[in-house]
Design a protein around this ligand. Structure first.
Ligand code: CO8
Length: 255
């Protein structure tokens, strides 16, 4: 494990990207390690939430430019370069990004693959790939546009400029902006709260919210209603509602 540091506290697993000499550039090796570490944890019912973070200076400065620079189009296509990020995006475990410093290119795209983004006041976000003669390639043109809208996405992607944390929050990219030294504590607290709830309801909520980005209102609300109905087949629904009526904390079992 050269590129990551992992800690587990209760039901929360925190993964820290650790390639300081290249500002946490997202190499294939780092991605492979990330997936190898998180895959078994994603299948572990005792794990309720992941926190992904970087250092005080940088979340991640994008894909590893040195690794990519000499590649040909044929090689990129043959390897389906970076398709493996889809596995990270698709993990069933909720993910909170704790962002200090730069979240650029693939770093911004990694944050957008998380369900919640907590950013420090000094964090910066952007998709500067145009400056390298390419475009975002890990979902940036799609996720950024869905999150901040076409006008802002075009501005960021075509100019390659960065936005500060407050603009990112106003634009709908970031969930909360907090003082820099509060990023990890806030993200960890949010993750612990999320991890205390039942997985069936969390999965339902995540799928319904994400569905809103992909479907019309009529289909989306129907999907939501059917999923809502289905949750009444879970023990967690019975427990959650009974606990409320009995004025006690709920104890969810994820069933
Ligand atoms: N990849 C590799 N090395 C990097 C990267 C990177 N993305 N970013 C920084 N580094 C290295 C630098 O080369 C430098 O190394 P060295 O010390 O050996 O010269 C070291 O990290 C420190 O960087 P700087 O000296 O540049 O630090 P500064 O504080 O001056 O600047 C910045 C910080 C502004 C973050 C600057 O490093 C920068 O602009 N980095 C590149 C940001 C970028 O362009 N990111 C997008 C990359 S492309 C991408 O993510 C999408 C790819 C899509 C893939 C598609 C697949 C199908």
């Amino acid at each position: 494990m050269n590129n990551l540091k992992t800690e587990r506290h209760g039901r929360v697993v925190t993964v820290r990207l650790h390639r300081p000499h290249v500002l946490n550039a997202l190499s294939t090796e780092l991605l492979t390690e990330l997936l190898d570490v998180l895959r078994p944890l994603d299948a572990d019912p005792e794990v309720g939430c992941f926190v992904v973070t970087g250092s005080e200076r940088v979340f991640a400065a994008g894909a590893d430019i040195k690794e990519m620079a000499g590649r040909t189009a044929v090689e990129m296509a043959a390897e389906d370069y970076f398709s493996a990020w889809e596995e990270f995006a698709g993990f069933g475990t909720p993910k909170v990004a704790a962002v200090n410093g730069h979240a650029l290119g693939g770093g911004c795209e990694l944050a957008m693959m998380c369900d919640v983004i907590i950013a420090g006041e000094s964090a910066t976000f952007g998709q500067p790939e145009i400056k390298l003669g390419v475009i975002p390639g890990i979902g940036g043109t799609q996720r950024l546009t869905r999150l901040v809208g076409r006008a802002k996405a075009m501005d960021l992607i075509l100019t390659g400029r960065t936005m500060d944390a407050h603009e990112a929050e106003r634009s709908g990219l970031v969930s909360r902006v907090v003082p820099d030294d509060q990023v990890l504590p806030t993200a960890t607290e949010a993750a612990a709260t999320i991890a205390s709830y039942g997985r069936p309801a969390l999965t339902a909520a995540r799928e319904c919210v994400d569905r809103a980005l992909e479907t019309g209102l009529r289909d989306g609300t129907l999907f939501e209603r059917r999923v809502f109905h289905a949750l009444f087949a879970t023990e967690d629904q019975t427990e959650g509602m009974n606990a409320f009526l009995e004025k006690r904390p709920a104890s969810f079992k994820g069933r």
